[in-house]
Design a protein around this ligand. Structure first.
Ligand SMILES: Nc1nc2c(c(=O)[nH]1)N[C@H]1C(S)=C(S)[C@@H](COP(=O)(O)O)O[C@H]1N2
Ligand SMILES: [Mo]
Length: 423
C-alpha cells in the first residue's frame, strides 16, 4: 500500500530511510494526504455493521469466493478426453511449498474411482515367505511415518520440447504437487511378508481399471517408499488414491500408484505398458532410454509469470518460484533478469528438504523495464539445471518426458509476461 501511494519509483531502502528520518507517523500522514480520505477507512462498512457467517455455515471450509480462479485447469487440445486425462496445479497463485489437495493436479488413466475403506484390500504376493492380504484397518496398526515429498508427472513440461507452447506456469510446470504424507513404510509391509532372496523387484498396481502397473527395484521399495493414507493431515482425496496410494520419493509420478491393491515381489521387471511403450524417452537415433525413474533438478519462477503479471509500477518487486530435485535437497537457486547474462542468488525460504519442493524469493528494485526472467536450480549432488538447448543436444526432440530445462518468462514493461525461449 505504501509503495503504491508513494508512486514515484523510489527504492524501498530510500523509503525506509525517509520513514526513519521523518518518523513513521509523518510518512503515514503524507501518504493519506496524497490520496485523500479513504472511504474504506472513514466510512462504516457492511461487514462491520452486521454479523458474519455462523460456525454452522461451513462444516468443511472451502476457499473464499474471491479466490475462485485458483483452481486446477486443463489444456483443451491436450485433454479432449477427461477420463484418461490430466489437469494442472495453479502454482502461479500458490505460495509456500505445501499443495492443498483440492487444487493439486490429477492424472488418471481410467478415471478416479470411489473405493470404500471397507472394500479395500492390499495383497502382497510372489517371492515372499508368506503371502498376505491387508484390510485398511490392518494397515492402520503398523507404525506410521510422516514425510513431505513432491510428486511430479514425468510429462511435466513435456509440451515444451519443440519450443515455447503454453502461456502460464500452471500449464508448463503444474503437473506437480507437494504434500505431507502419513502412512506405513513399504519396507515394514515387505518385511512382514518376508522377501525371498530371489526377489529383486516389486510390481505395484492399483484397483482402477487401468491398474497402472509399474516395476520398482527392491532396493528402492525397501528404501523410502510409503503406503500413504493421509495427505496434509487428512484422508487422501478420491482423485489422489483414497484410501491409499504409494509414495515413491523423487521418482516419476507414474510410479506413485493410487488405490494401491497389490505388490508382487518378482525376480525380474514385468516390463508393463507404462514402462515400455510409455514413460520411456526416445532419443534422436530412435533408441529409447528406459528406467528413467528419478526426476532431475528443476525450477520455475511462479510469479511474475503469464498468469501472474506485475500489477504495480517500478520499485520493490517480489520474484518467487519453486525448485526441486528427485536426487535430494535443493542447495541453491539462481535467478537472472536478463536471460542468463547475470545471475543472482535467490533466497531459499527454508533450507532445501530432500525430494520436496523448495520455495525461493528474490526481492528486487524493478526499474520498470522488460526482463527475461529465468531460474536455475542446483541440488546436493552438485547437479545444475540445464538450459533447454543443452537438454536438446543430448536428448533430441522426440522426447515427451523429463524436460527439466530452464524456463524463460519475457516480462514486459507493462508487467505482462509471456512464455518465450532465448536462442
Ligand atoms: N492406479 C493408478 N495410479 C496412478 C495413475 C493411474 O492412472 N492409476 N496415474 C499415475 C500418474 S501418470 C501420475 S503422474 C500420478 C498422479 O498422481 P495425482 O493424480 O495424485 O496427481 O499418479 C500415478 N498413479
Ligand atoms: Mo504421469
Amino acid at each position: 500500500m505504501t509503495t503504491k501511494q508513494k508512486g514515484n519509483g523510489a527504492s524501498r531502502r530510500q523509503f525506509l530511510t525517509g520513514a526513519a528520518a521523518a518518523g513513521a507517523g509523518a510518512v503515514a500522514a503524507a501518504a493519506a494526504k496524497a490520496s485523500g480520505p479513504d472511504p474504506l477507512i472513514t466510512e462504516m462498512q457492511d461487514w462491520a455493521s452486521s454479523t458474519g457467517a455462523g460456525v454452522d455455515a461451513t462444516p468443511y471450509g472451502m476457499p473464499i469466493q474471491f479466490e475462485s480462479d485458483v483452481v486446477r485447469r486443463n489444456v483443451e487440445w491436450l485433454t479432449a478426453d477427461t477420463i484418461s486425462s490430466i489437469n494442472f496445479t495453479p502454482i502461479h497463485a500458490l505460495d509456500g511449498t505445501i499443495t492443498p489437495q483440492g487444487c493439486a493436479f490429477e492424472r488418471h488413466h481410467s478415471g478416479a474411482i470411489e473405493l470404500r475403506k471397507e472394500d479395500y484390500r492390499l495383497m502382497i504376493n510372489g517371492l515372499v515367505d508368506q503371502e498376505l492380504v491387508f484390510t485398511y484397518n490392518d494397515l492402520e496398526r503398523f507404525p506410521r511415518e510422516n514425510r513431505v515429498y513432491f510428486c511430479e508427472c514425468a510429462a511435466n513440461t513435456g509440451m515444451e520440447w519443440a519450443g515455447a507452447q503454453l502461456n502460464g506456469a500452471q500449464f508448463t510446470h503444474g503437473m506437480i504437487h507437494n504434500m505431507e504424507y502419513s502412512g506405513v513404510s513399504l519396507r515394514t509391509l515387505l518385511n512382514e511378508a518376508g522377501v525371498k532372496p530371489e526377489g529383486k523387484w516389486v510390481y505395484v498396481e492399483g484397483a482402477d481399471a487401468s491398474s497402472n502397473g509399474r516395476s520398482i527395484p527392491l532396493e528402492k521399495a525397501l528404501d523410502d517408499c510409503l503406503v500413504a493414507f493421509k495427505a496434509n493431515g487428512e484422508a487422501l482425496r478420491m482423485e489422489h488414491g483414497y484410501p491409499t496410494r504409494l509414495v515413491v520419493p523423487g521418482w516419476e509420478g507414474n510410479m506413485w500408484v493410487k488405490w494401491l491393491r497389490r505388490i508382487e515381489v518378482t525376480e525380474v521387471a514385468v516390463e508393463s505398458r507404462e514402462e515400455t511403450s510409455k514413460y520411456t524417452d526416445t532419443l534422436a537415433n530412435g533408441i529409447s532410454r528406459k528406467w528413467t525413474w528419478e526426476m532431475d533438478a528443476k525450477s520455475v519462477v511462479t510469479s511474475p509469470s503469464p498468469q501472474a503479471p506485475i500489477k504495480h509500477g517500478p520499485g520493490p518487486l517480489v520474484i518467487t518460484g519453486l525448485a526441486w530435485s528427485g536426487r535430494g535437497a535443493i542447495t541453491g537457486v539462481d535467478v537472472t533478469l536478463d536471460g542468463g547474462k547475470n545471475w543472482q542468488k535467490a533466497r531459499l525460504a527454508a533450507p532445501g528438504q530432500s525430494k520436496a519442493l523448495t520455495r525461493f524469493y528474490l526481492d528486487i528494485e524493478w526499474n520498470g523495464e522488460e526482463m527475461f526472467l529465468q531460474s536455475r536450480a542446483r541440488d546436493e549432488t552438485g547437479y545444475v539445471q540445464p538450459t533447454k538447448n543443452q537438454l536438446r543436444e543430448v536428448r533430441g526432440l522426440n522426447s515427451i518426458y523429463h524436460n527439466n530445462g530452464i524456463q524463460t518468462w519475457w516480462v514486459k514493461a507493462n508487467g505482462e509476461a509471456e512464455n518465450v525461449e532465448i536462442s
